[in-house]
Design a protein around this ligand. Structure first.
Ligand code: AMP
Ligand code: ZN
Ligand code: FE
Ligand code: FE
Length: 282
């Protein structure tokens, strides 16, 4: 029996509420031997996380998470093993995505203001505290100013897909994400596969297509999934020779039910998951 790890954690570099060094400390405190920092659209938190991880004697796996084009649900791709000082195509793609976010957020704010909601870009930037500003930050401001009861209410009524405040952001074709990851020396993993929004029989087909497109693994061991869902998704990954990986998707106060290393309490990702990913590095 190996040690537990966590391969999906967010920090203040994107839409988590804890700084990168703090999440490294939380991982060590939770007994994790390895931690992957996987902020949305940025590698910017990796330096600080690695410095803290080194001090704590745990391994920092470089990562990030990117949103891909998909219907009807959403498809998030985790990319591992690409460092913040790399000059590969991933770096360029992330810069493009961050750039688009700035314009998207401007339009999102305009949309909210046109709905009679009086919040400002400064208020959102203050909550975010870093260059990658996302809808969870908007949700926090909406709650803070009494426009929503809680973050979920903000998404359900205003920010979620199909709601009046929704503005789409740039997305990446899933196959391109896998190619970009590999061309940058990394691997791509399908995050929280049930977000794809398709029933299990069709999920088989979707995973087969993603495997053919070059993904390396499936995040079967996800913080919010039941033991049965995790087992079924692990079997599914195995049928397509994909690594079974896992993580908490910790976001601090932005997703208060999730904890580093243990998800909603019962998550245990074995360190063999990381070894299986390493085996698939290009
Ligand atoms: P953004 O990258 O700015 O589009 O924000 C995406 C993030 O918002 C996701 O990672 C989720 O954490 C959160 N999110 C998106 N849709 C919902 C929803 N319907 N309910 C709650 N949170 C959501
Ligand atoms: Zn997030
Ligand atoms: Fe995600
Ligand atoms: Fe995430």
């Amino acid at each position: 029996m190996g040690q537990v790890i966590d391969l999906h954690v967010h920090s203040t570099a994107s839409d988590g509420s804890d700084a990168p060094d703090v999440v490294a400390r939380l991982a060590a405190a939770a007994g994790c031997s390895s931690l992957a920092l996987t902020d949305h659209d940025t590698l910017g938190g990796l330096g600080a996380a690695r410095a803290a991880a080194d001090e704590l004697g745990i391994r920092l796996v470089p990562g990030c998470e990117i949103s891909c084009r998909w219907n009807p649900g959403s498809l998030h791709m985790l990319v591992y093993f690409v460092d913040d000082d790399s000059a590969g195509p991933l770096r360029d793609e992330l810069a493009r995505l961050r750039n688009d976010r700035i314009e998207r957020n401007r339009r999102l704010l305009d949309r909210l203001v046109s709905l009679g909601i009086r919040i400002t870009a400064e208020e959102v930037a203050d909550v975010a505290g870093s260059e990658v500003v996302g809808r969870p930050h908007f949700a926090a401001v909406l709650v803070g100013k009494g426009y929503a009861a809680d973050p979920q209410d903000a998404f359900d009524r205003l920010l979620g897909r199909g709601r009046p405040g929704y503005v789409a952001k740039a997305r990446v074709d899933p196959g391109d994400a896998a190619r970009i990851a590999r061309a940058s020396g990394g691997v791509a993993v399908l995050a929280h596969p049930l977000s794809l929004g398709i029933p299990p029989p069709d999920l088989e087909l979707a995973i087969a297509e993603l495997a053919a497109a070059g993904i390396a693994g499936v995040e079967a061991l996800y913080g919010r999934y039941t033991p049965q869902e995790r087992a079924d998704l692990s079997d599914l990954a195995g049928r397509h020779s994909l690594a079974v990986t896992g993580g908490s998707d910790y976001h601090g106060t932005f997703k208060p039910d999730l904890h580093v290393g243990s998800g909603t309490g019962d998550l245990e990702v074995p360190d063999s998951a990381l070894a299986a990913l390493e085996d698939r590095r290009p």
